[in-house]
Design a protein around this ligand. Structure first.
Ligand SMILES: [Ca+2]
Ligand SMILES: [Ca+2]
Length: 208
């Protein structure tokens, strides 16, 4: 009898640590793919985004937020030790950029060669498993074979919410990262909260 109680207790503990993965509906995870010369060799590269679990297997769908609580969705990604990644297709010697646990990306774009070193920079916004609508846009460049964050600024995720699909701007983050002619301009949400600021020219440093 004592053994039965012991088994029951172990079972209850196990069930608490690993709740049954019984979700009623799923949505596809974000899978961005952009083109550009990110390593500066003169040839076009393809950079693709993935979301992998702790074993390196792609997580291609997640519980739908239309039918599940946000806590449960975050638990889904946390339990699998998910990692949002960016990889250059066919460039095995190049570092895979690992951005940590998240649902995926809200934004990924090739901004062109902003600092004139012959390699094109990328801008991205990670959709983290957090409870804040304040986020950051990060500018990365390949420095040698490793990705390096050269600049970042605050944004508000309201910029990604659209009433009308036609309002969606694939290449810009409205109010925070916009292109005028062939130049990029940005506004830092953190500065804007303190005192309303204008958009300013996006100038980034070289690799360290
Ligand atoms: Ca290239
Ligand atoms: Ca560059």
């Amino acid at each position: 009898m004592r053994n039965i109680y012991l088994i029951l207790i172990i079972c209850i503990m196990a069930c608490q640590q690993h709740p049954a993965a019984d979700y009623s509906s799923y949505l596809p995870t974000s899978q961005f793919k952009i083109r550009g010369d990110f390593n500066g060799d003169g040839n076009e590269d393809i950079l693709y985004q993935d979301n992998i679990d702790g074993k390196g297997i792609s997580i291609d769908s997640f519980p739908s937020h239309h039918e599940h609580d946000i806590d449960l969705i975050y638990e889904f990604f946390n339990q699998q030790s998910s990692n949002v990644t960016l990889t250059l297709l066919g460039e095995k010697g190049t570092d895979t950029l690992k951005l940590g646990i998240g649902l995926g990306l809200n934004y990924l774009n090739n901004l062109g060669d902003l600092n004139g070193d012959g390699q094109e920079e990328i801008a991205l916004v990670v959709d983290y498993c957090d409870y804040s609508s304040v986020n950051s846009c990060q500018i990365y460049s390949l420095c040698g074979n490793r990705w390096e964050e050269l600049f970042s600024f605050g944004i508000h995720e309201n910029a990604f919410y659209y009433d009308d699909e036609d309002d969606f701007l694939e290449h810009e983050i409205p109010q925070f990262l916009e292109q005028k002619g062939n130049k990029w301009f940005f506004k830092d949400y953190y500065d804007d909260v303190l005192e309303e600021v204008e958009m300013q020219r996006l100038i980034i440093p070289d690799c360290s």
